[in-house]
Design a protein around this ligand. Sequence first.
Ligand code: DCP
Length: 126
Amino acid sequence: MVVAGALVANGLLLLAQRSRPPELAGMWELPGGKVEPGESPEGALERELREELGVETVVGQQLAGDVDLAGGLVLRAYRVELMSGTPAPLDHSDLRWVDARGLVGADLVDADRAWVPELSGMLRQP
Ligand code: DCP
């Protein structure tokens, strides 16, 4: 399983720009990564966000609908709340906070597009 986090603050969502692999580099995603053996999905997401963004988070509600990825992986997204730190692109090319218009206009990885309608509703409208 792969887990991803929707970090919303002040009506804006944090997007992260992938640096790899070449076919996904430059595209934007909800940050996250693979669940390791023995981890819960929530624990894995908190670890990934600590490693990739340098922040402490608490994982909240799951977004609706898991997404099938290539290679038999399943992607699941959760709301996450920022507890401490300021997100930094420790593993990504760049970070960006988007409102509803910015999310719809972003060059997202395909798998994450499923959540755009649900996420847009949580964000500041133009
Ligand atoms: N993925 C996705 N959308 C996301 C997060 C990940 O479609 N919001 C996909 C991209 C990859 C797979 O999930 O095909 C695994 O993601 P990562 O490469 O980010 O995961 P890890 O960082 O754990 O992998 P590794 O350490 O192997 O690079």
